[in-house]
Design a protein around this ligand. Structure first.
Ligand code: MF3
Ligand code: CO
Ligand code: CO
Length: 329
């Protein structure tokens, strides 16, 4: 979920641009040096092409009997609703059901990842499986988002729109699935390998997953939310990766995005976890710059220097003795 967006200037491209392969050291290159990040390691050897927009297929339809979230028909941008999601026993069961479905859909989508498949084909499969299970694909029509799932390839940090681009050997792709089942959202994502992926990218993905797992392991009633950011940031630092700050975890339940805002970086924010509360944790780590650049489609967010980014996300429930992962298969 977007926290705030600060525009940034042109900088060194780690992926191979079609215009120029020239590498000039810019501000972001210097910050990477200062913060001991790995950017230059990748830029020296990479032959990976920059991600480019493809063609987006027409909007898919949802059968009438499926319950639609309120934001789909409204014109105003949804944003982050105030008030946390804290559930009674019935609400918890609904969250378990939507979390389970989101996890199953994501797992299925992951099996489709291979060279040659387009992200639009992944969107079709995800859309079909969600409606076959009586649920609504939450991204479809959220703030005008045109598709049923987010597919974020290589330097795309998040919110990639499925399109005609075929996956290529060596790509990494985050698939972010959210379903709205019986009035409750379940939100989860994972990053997958397309064919043979080089060691550098594999390690980024591994460490990003570890960050999520470690953050979940410290969750319990009464724990400060800022411990999540510290846990993720400490682990990313240890491996010299950057943590994206503009996109955050969030309360999730009857509303897609609500309080609390869950920061993935070191912070002094106030607020503690509450019994029976549900929220997401969804760290995005990068090899180089942590600063995002948005495409003209107003959704696709890429690293400003074209360096790789990975993400994992779970919806969790705060229980008496810790956290239950609702989006685990
Ligand atoms: N699933 C994303 C999240 O984790 C939100 C996607 S909103 C969309 O918060 F409109 F881009 F789909
Ligand atoms: Co989310
Ligand atoms: Co998500």
């Amino acid at each position: 979920m977007l926290l705030q967006f600060i525009g940034s200037s042109v900088s060194t491209q780690v992926c191979r641009s079609h215009v120029s392969m020239e590498i000039s050291r810019t501000f972001s290159g210097i910050t990477n040096l200062l913060f001991n990040r790995r950017s230059s390691e990748e830029s020296t050897y990479s032959t990976r092409k920059c991600l480019k927009p493809g063609k987006v297929s027409p909007r898919r339809s949802v059968p009438d009997h499926i319950q639609t979230p309120p934001y789909v028909r409204s014109k105003k941008p949804p944003g982050i609703a105030s008030g946390p999601e804290v559930h009674d026993e019935k609400g918890i069961e609904c969250m378990r059901a939507s979390g389970r479905l989101a996890a199953q859909v994501l797992q299925y989508a992951g099996t489709l990842v291979k060279p040659g498949i387009t992200t639009d084909e992944i969107d079709l499969a995800v859309h079909q499986m969600i409606i076959d299970n009586g649920a609504y694909p939450s991204p479809l029509g959220y703030g005008g988002f045109p598709k049923s799932v987010c597919t974020s390839v290589n330097e795309c940090i998040c919110h990639g729109i499925p399109d005609s681009r075929a996956l290529e050997d060596g790509d990494i792709i985050n698939i972010d699935v959210t379903v709205y089942l019986n009035g409750y959202h379940g939100d989860t994502s994972a990053t997958y390998f397309v064919g043979d992926v080089d060691e550098g990218a594999r390690n980024l993905v591994k460490v990003t997953k570890e960050c999520l797992d470690k953050a979940i392991s410290i969750c319990a009633p009464g724990v400060e939310l800022n411990k999540i950011g510290k846990t993720i940031h400490d682990h990313a630092d240890k491996h010299r990766y950057g943590v994206v700050e503009q996109f955050v975890g969030h309360g999730v339940g009857q509303v897609f995005h609500s309080d609390p805002i869950v920061l993935h970086y070191r912070n002094n924010g106030r607020g503690k976890m509450v019994l029976n509360q549900t929220f997401t944790i969804e760290p995005m780590l990068t090899i180089g710059s942590i600063h995002p650049k948005m495409w003209n489609d107003n959704w696709t967010v890429v690293t400003e220097d074209g360096s790789l980014s990975a993400q994992f996300e779970h919806t969790i429930l705060i229980t008496t003795d810790g956290a239950e992962i609702l989006t685990k298969c």
